[in-house]
Ligand binder design. Structure first.
Ligand code: MG
Length: 176
């Protein structure tokens, strides 16, 4: 069975510094590397899905985001490429955007392209957009406490429909 984890970046794998453009500002969240290693060892493919509206707002470039992603992969210290795919949604919220979360489009296209079993897939993130994308795509969602808002402020979490973990490492430790 092909299964995968879709990962938010800011507030999930690295500290959310808001419109991060400088690779020197990348700071891993504790447990991220171990969590990714464990997920891989269990046979999960890994996909990064990140909204970067700073690009659409003209605050930084796509190339800045690529450099930040590369620095994150370097700090993770895992065999590269760490991710089987990376999707950066560069639009600001008011701009038309096929891939900006909570759009499920990247998840749905990836499920089709990699013949993934939706029942075996997760999206892990710290925001309502992450949870929304997961549920719209028909996969499971998990929320982490390493973002800028408490997960309980998210509707689906408050309703008890989405499990909450201290961080991505704790989520991965619970995977079987
Ligand atoms: Mg986030």
């Amino acid at each position: 069975m092909n299964r995968a984890i879709f990962l938010d970046r800011d507030g999930t794998l690295i500290v959310d510094k808001v419109y991060l453009a400088d690779p020197d500002g990348v700071e891993l969240i504790a447990g991220a590397a171990d969590g990714l290693r464990r997920a891989r060892s269990l046979g999960f493919k890994l996909f990064l899905l990140t909204n970067q509206s700073g690009i659409g707002r003209g605050l930084h470039s796509m190339e800045d985001t690529r450099r930040v992603n590369a620095r994150m992969e370097e700090l993770l210290g895992l065999p590269e490429p760490v991710f089987d795919g990376i999707c950066v949604a560069p639009e600001a919220p008011e701009q038309p955007s096929p891939y900006r979360k909570p759009s499920p489009r990247y998840i749905l296209e990836t499920i089709a392209a990699h013949a993934l079993d939706p029942a075996g897939c997760w999206m892990v993130g710290d925001s309502a957009a992450d949870v929304g994308a997961a549920l719209a795509a028909g996969i499971r969602a998990a929320a982490v406490r390493t973002g800028r808002v408490p997960p309980e402020s998210l509707l689906e979490v408050a309703a008890g429909r989405v499990p909450v973990f201290a961080d991505f490492g704790s989520f991965a430790a619970a995977l079987r």
